[in-house]
Design a protein around this ligand. Sequence first.
Ligand code: NCD
Length: 331
Amino acid sequence: MTSATTRPASDYPPGGDAFRHRHLIGIAQLTPWEISYVLDAAEQWVDMNRSGAAKHDDRLAGLTIINAFFENSTRTLLSFEIAGKRLGADVVNMHAAQSSVKKGETLIDTAMTLNAMRADAMVIRHGSSGAVQLIADKVDCPVLNAGDGRHEHPTQALLDALTIRRRLGRVEGLTIAICGDVLHSRVARSNILALTLLGNEVRIVAPPTLTPPAMDRMHVTTFTDMDEGLMDADVVMMLRLQNERMDGAYLPSAREYHALYGLTPKRLEKAKPEAIVMHPGPMNRGVEIDSGIADHPTRSTITEQVEMGVAVRMACLDILTRRQRGVAGWN
Ligand code: NCD
């Protein structure tokens, strides 16, 4: 594995000017240097998590973080919980069945209820695009978007960028193929924004029914043929078929989908020999990705992505709470 190239501090302004946002709603609000700033901050947590030293850092002691998840999650919820606890915060998880959540007044009421608990930060996942921004507008503390509908999943894109940077030594000037159910994927949207902003060539590889309209406006090239889309790619990022977001038949069958868009060893040969394979999880083995690739010891970055998720979320929680913690230079 190539070790990370840490950018010089001169790439971003000093103190609080390096990250001026109160909330983390989407990659769309970030500059390239803000992304680098988070990635560089996360690097130290990777090392400290590995050595066990992070357990002795309690910079968030005395803060209460609410994880309010209105949609199911395994790795995002757990990693935010571990990230907060590892930095000494009190972390409270709220799960709400999606069916009990309604839009409009109900969401605002929820925001007001959460606000009344006087949390120091909130991490929110919601099934509706825009819901996290709506809550952020109503509460007094920093809000981190853990995924809102099809809109954005910024910490996923940041952890993916960190994984790429550590594996390939850089996250610029690369050819990155994002493959599968792009239409329903907030992971794809946030990754397209982050990876194009950082100066990579991003390709979308999907069946026409799962390709969002007006992709050229997002500065990506679209492919419907998987072999063409993977040609000479440095990074192959696979996405899950998000059946729960499909309101009709987008595909003839999972079997046919696998035949045309599943990542098999033969298909992967089209990409560069050292290309890495990513997946945000959860995976549908045998549908979008073959097990032999998902478990490949050198090509697959899937478990490393989970590890980077904890480090990136520690960095985000630290950075976004600096103002209320009165960290020097962050007023
Ligand atoms: C993704 C999500 O929830 O958007 N998963 C994740 O956060 N790791 C992708 C998915 O559900 O397929």
